[in-house]
Write a protein that binds this ligand. Structure first.
Ligand SMILES: Cc1cc2nc3c(=O)[nH]c(=O)nc-3n(C[C@H](O)[C@H](O)[C@H](O)COP(=O)(O)OP(=O)(O)OC[C@H]3O[C@@H](n4cnc5c(N)ncnc54)[C@H](O)[C@@H]3O)c2cc1C
Length: 291
């Protein structure tokens, strides 16, 4: 049996309470929501904190609702609650599908979307999907300080994020899909967590491709947009997507910047990223409708 190191658990009821605890205990404290990552680290002996701050009593970190036309998801909402929410299923269907593919039922029932993004494990489905969806993040510090962070600037490296001391991730803001637009998320999994993730957003403007956003992740240290492929594809005749896919595959592999690990070599991952990027774009094109 694994014995966890002793800790005091705090359960603030407000953002102000959480920030106050973080300021009081400094580096001796850590926050958690589902605890699926944090308690794993404790059990493996990789981390130890005398003060644990449970975020699940803070109402501002919950809720799934439409706000000013976009979807606002509280950071402490679980993958399961997002996947099953009627608003998400009806109007952000690709998000529900992506969430349904995260881990297993136990992980989705306990793990939160905020915990996934804050932990910064490169093998993340939501991080790649939300990049292609053009999402922003809402950070809060205490009762009054609020700022928005584009998803592209949030993950600063493996297991690192852009939050500053005392700041919490409070929500995820996902724009409404434009009429006729499609987002497709695909991944390649060898063991538990994804080895490769690719997400593509696009729509058709007449006969041409528009608003192409291609994101790749999990193969390297952090998720990334494939901006050079987006430039190549935006404005291109939709019928000629195939003609661009060989170049897109190379650009996607460059942007993914794979690292060698238990999932495979750099060359193997570069190849897979290219193949999956092509498939994902083809599927997004098939799902999109003309505006
Ligand atoms: C077996 C297994 C399989 C998995 N498979 C997948 C998969 O297929 N795809 C995928 O994307 N993920 C996968 N995961 C990862 C899973 O999605 C995350 O473990 C989960 O979402 C983390 O959420 P949590 O609330 O439990 O995080 P916690 O463990 O509570 O927290 C994680 C980290 O984030 C910080 N944190 C949490 N919430 C906040 C906040 N609001 N503000 C600031 N900091 C915060 C904590 O301090 C901690 O450092 C898997 C995990 C496991 C264990």
């Amino acid at each position: 049996m694994t014995v966890l190191p002793a800790f005091d658990r705090h359960r603030p009821a407000s953002l102000a309470g959480a920030t106050e605890l973080l300021e009081t205990y400094g580096e001796d404290a850590v926050v958690y929501a589902g605890g699926t990552e944090l308690f794993l680290l404790f059990k493996l002996g990789f981390a130890e904190y005398p003060h644990l701050i449970d975020l699940k009593g803070i109402g501002d970190l919950f809720g799934i609702e439409r706000r000013d036309g976009e979807l606002r998801i509280g950071a402490a909402e679980t993958h399961r609650s997002i996947e099953r929410h009627p608003l998400v299923r009806e109007q952000w269907g690709s998000l529900a599908t992506m969430e349904r593919g995260v881990g297993n039922l136990r992980v989705r029932t306990m793990g939160s979307i905020g915990g996934n993004l804050c932990f910064g494990d490169p093998h993340s489905d939501p991080a790649t999907y939300l990049l292609a969806a053009g999402a922003r993040l809402e950070a809060r510090r205490g009762a009054d300080e609020r700022r928005e962070i584009p998803l592209a600037s949030f993950t600063t490296g493996p297991f690192e994020n852009a939050l500053v001391d005392g700041e919490l991730l409070a929500g995820v803001l996902v724009p409404a899909p434009a009429p006729g637009a499609a987002i497709v998320h695909r991944k390649f999994v060898l063991t538990e967590r994804p080895a490769i993730t690719v997400a593509a957003h696009l729509r058709r403007d007449g006969s041409r491709l528009a608003d192409v956003r291609l994101a790749v992740g999990s193969a390297g240290n952090r998720p990334s947009r494939v901006e050079r492929a987006e430039v190549l594809l935006n404005g291109r005749e939709a019928d000629d997507l195939e003609g661009a896919l060989a170049e897109v595959a190379d650009l996607a592999a460059d942007a993914a910047d794979p690292v060698e690990d238990a999932n495979g070599s750099v060359d193997y991952k570069r190849h897979l990223v290219g193949v999956i990027a092509g498939r994902t774009l083809r599927e997004a094109l098939a799902e999109s409708r003309g505006a």
